[in-house]
Structure formats: C-alpha cells, structure tokens
Design a protein around this ligand. Structure first.
Ligand code: MN
Length: 489
C-alpha cells in the first residue's frame, strides 16, 4: 500500500560561469560523487537523482520547472558548490511547488591546510554561496529545510532522510482520497473543519459516503472469504476461546471478518487511503468496525474515529513517513490519567481502533460489549503498546488556519496489569511532565484525538508542517508554560 521505490528526489547544484569550464566540470563531477555517495550510504529511504549544474536563470527555471512536472519527483535538494548569484534563482524558486531542501555542505570535510590555494578557494565556496542562496529563499518566503554539515556525516544523511520521508508523505497527500463514512459525531467541535481549505493546504480530498455504500460491499463478501479471514485471525492472534469455530461467539467473529472484507473492497474500489466512521452512523452494520479498522491501519491506511478526517489524513501521512522503519503508528486518544504526583502517566486508547503495529506482543482477539452505539458486541484486538520514545500529533482547524501540535512522550509499561480493560492501549509520560504538557496542549487547542507514532520524531512532523505551510508547536523537554503561551500569542 505504501511504496517508496518509484520515488525520486532531484539534486540540483548551483554555480555560475565566472570560474571557467574546467571548474564547472569539477563541480559536476563532485555533484555526481556526492549523489552516488549518499545513495550508496544506505541512509536514505528514497533515491536521489543528480539533475543539473545550473549556471543561468534559464537553467535554474528549466530544472525546477521539470522537477515540478515530474510525477515521481518528491522534492528538490539544492547545493551551492560555488557562489551562485541569488537573482538567477528568483524566477525558478518563485514558481517551485515541490519541497526544497538546502544541503549546506562542501565537497571535502576538512580544509587542506598544506595545499590550499586560490584555485581551491574559487571552487569550494559553499560557505558563502549557501548564504547568498539562503538570502534569496528567505526574501522570497520559500519554506525549506536547511541541513548543515559534511555530506558523508551520518547525522547529515539522517536529517536528509527525515526530510525525504516527510516529502514522500507530502507527495502522497497530494490527491489523497479520504472517505468519510457517515458524518461527524454529533455536537463534537474539533473533528469538524474546513474541508475545502484542507484540500487547498494539504492536497487531500474528503468526501462523504452513506452507510449503504459500505454495507453493499459487506454483504457481497463470500462465505469462503469469511472462512479464510477467520483462519487468518486464528493464525495471527491469540484468540479468545469463545470466538473459535463451533463456539458461542464465532458468528460475531464472522460478522467482524465480513465487515473487514467489505471495508477493504469499498476502500480499494474508491482508491481511498484513509477513512472515518462514527458509532452514531452504523445503519446496516452489526458491529462498530474494530478489528477491521485495526488491521487496515496496520496495512498503512489512515483512520479517524467519529468523523475525524483530519486525523485520518494525519495517520496516513505518518504511516507513509514511517514506512519500512521499526515501531508503529496509530490513531490515538488521551483517555485517562494516573495523577499520583510521584508517578504520573496518561493512558491512551480508543473505544476499539488502535493499530496493532504499536503492539508489544501478540495481540489478543477478543469480544466484549461496547457501552455506546447500540449495536452488537464488536470484535477487537487487545494489547499494550511497546515502550519507547513516541510522538502524539494533532492538526486542528482554528477557523482562519490549521495548527499542528507535536507532543513528545515516553511510552512505558502500564504501572500495573489491566485485566478488565478490553481495549488496546498505550501508557506514556509526556515531556517535560504531565502538568506542563497537558496545559500547553490545552492552551494550544490541541485535539483529543491524535496520530501517535513510536517510529517518528518531532523533526519528521516539523518538516511535513513546513511543506504544508502550517504552524507547528512543539511540547518537549524544553517547554516552559509561560514561554509557550507567549509563543501562542
Ligand atoms: Mn474518539
């Protein structure tokens, strides 16, 4: 469902004609060596393609225009090997729509003390060439990532890799289709928003569908396919006794499997990469989709409960960013607190829909009553999230703009066993502490739903928000509430 293989980032080197053809040949050869080097490092998730050494305004415009038109080009990496006068870049950069990364590096790491002469100085000018480029980007208001350091350095490659992942998600978000099955949970504010502005800003389109559209797919699933999927559940999860064939609740498992088959068919047919549902619109479904949503998320699908299309989109984008890395990414909700002053924590969960990609062990497939929704008991996967650093991320619509909020947390083992809690959950300690993090989140107007990831860092989201041109607030070890509130004002 997510594939980086066809994607490319284009590498464009800035220079000019003052240095003569020989120097430009060297600039080209060095650019090719840098591209081969970073591609060969194994650190980058997307291949970088060397495109051009640009030395005139026309060459700049042509290279950037071609990048915009290339369907698999997810972004442009620019390197000023020499000085490259900024006015040459105005036309091209003003029209560029692809994400931009300014790699502020130079060919050799060290100054060659014993041999350095003016020829070397003429050829290796990125220290000031990059500043001229930075000025014109800032003057034009171009959002970009600036990565500084030697290109062989692992931390430099990691920062470029992070940007590439954000760019892959940005590429995926352009034209992403999101199905809103049913509408919003009644009266809820934060899950609403301006879908037209979201499409303009993030590229994804949200369209509503009635339950009947889904139910037709659920009913069309064959008995043989239901048998096979029940078998797959039994092979993959530890099953609650009563759900097995011949047992009292087996029909409920079959109903759940049928819903999964119907949802997959509906989403595939419509080309959807994310969807929402709500327990208040379930007409024609026997259960609120639980295990179906959980397994679809594990396959890379975005999901938001109660009509929450902004977090459905964000879960999908974060799934794309995290592609191929260990850890997992899920829809999430801050549910309940442990407020012991000596050992505070947040228990995150949802009614059902937490992605098993974040599970610490083998999920348990269970059936339990659901207090709301008025349907039959839903089948769900129950597990604890794996410990480790994680981020909780929300996007809210403030009426005149979107805001992203990123909260760094540390997932821990639940302080005690939770034998009666029949849902998947994650226990975490927010940074810098629960009081500061929760107050900052609330002042920022952050949502009660989030996209949660054990894989991604705040930098992935920072890069993605920059590509979207939305403000991004960070709650982490450096957060101090008064300063944070000043930042909000
Ligand atoms: Mn919810």
């Amino acid at each position: 469902m997510i594939d980086y293989a066809p994607l490319e980032a284009w590498f464009v080197t800035g220079s000019q004609h003052l240095y003569g053809p020989e120097a430009l040949e060297q600039v080209r050869a060095n650019s090719e060596a840098v591209v081969a080097g970073v591609n060969g490092s194994g650190a980058l998730p997307v291949k970088v393609v060397f495109k051009a050494v640009v030395t005139t305004p026309d060459e700049v415009s042509a290279a950037l225009r071609e990048a915009d038109g290339a369907p698999n080009c997810i972004g442009v990496i620019a390197w000023m090997h020499t000085f490259s006068p900024g006015k040459m870049w105005i036309g091209g950069l003003s029209r560029l729509r692809r994400p931009l990364c300014h790699l502020h590096t130079q060919m050799g790491r060290d100054i060659p003390w014993s041999t350095i002469d003016m020829d070397f100085m003429n050829l290796n000018q990125s220290a000031h060439g990059g500043r001229e480029f930075g000025y014109i980007c800032t003057r034009l208001g171009i959002e970009r990532k600036v990565v500084v350091g030697h290109w062989r350095d692992g931390s430099v490659q990691d920062r470029v890799a992070t940007w590439l992942r954000a760019a892959a998600a940005w590429h995926d978000s352009q034209g992403m289709r999101i199905a809103r099955i049913g509408d919003n949970m009644r009266q809820v504010a934060v899950t609403e928003g301006d879908k037209v502005e979201a499409q303009r800003r993030f590229g994804y389109a949200v369209d509503g569908y009635g339950l009947g559209d889904l139910v037709a797919h659920v009913e069309a699933a064959s008995e043989g396919a239901v048998d096979a999927l029940c078998g797959e559940y039994a092979d993959t999860y530890s099953m609650m006794e009563g759900l097995l064939p011949g047992r009292a609740r087996h029909q409920s498992l079959r109903d759940a499997a049928r819903i999964e088959l119907g949802l997959r068919s509906f989403l595939t047919e419509g080309g959807f990469h994310a969807f929402t549902d709500t327990f208040e619109n379930l007409h024609g479904l026997r259960q609120l989709p639980g295990i179906a949503v959980q397994r679809l998320m594990a396959d890379g699908c975005g999901f938001g409960a109660e009509g929450d299309w902004k977090h459905a989109a964000l879960v999908r984008s974060m799934k794309v960013m995290a592609h191929g890395l260990p850890g997992g990414t899920s829809f999430m909700e801050d549910y309940t607190y442990h407020l012991d002053p000596g050992d505070q924590g947040v228990l995150g969960a949802h009614m059902l829909e937490i992605c098993p990609s974040i599970a610490a062990g083998t999920p348990s497939c269970e059936i339990h009553p659901l207090g709301i929704g008025g349907r039959e008991d839903p089948v769900r996967l129950v597990f604890d999230a794996a410990p480790g650093p994680a981020v909780n991320v929300a996007v809210v619509d403030l009426g005149d703009r979107f805001r992203m909020v990123v909260s760094e947390v540390e997932v821990v083992e639940p302080f005690e066993a939770l034998p009666k809690l029949p849902v998947a959950r994650a226990m975490w300690k927010p940074r810098p502490d629960l009081e500061t993090a929760a107050a900052a989140w609330i002042h920022a107007g952050g949502a009660h739903h989030t996209a949660f990831s054990l894989t991604l860092t705040a930098e992935h989201l920072e890069d993605f928000a920059a590509m979207a041109g939305v403000e991004c607030l960070f709650i982490d070890d450096d957060t101090e509430l008064r300063r944070f509130r000043r930042e909000l004002r």
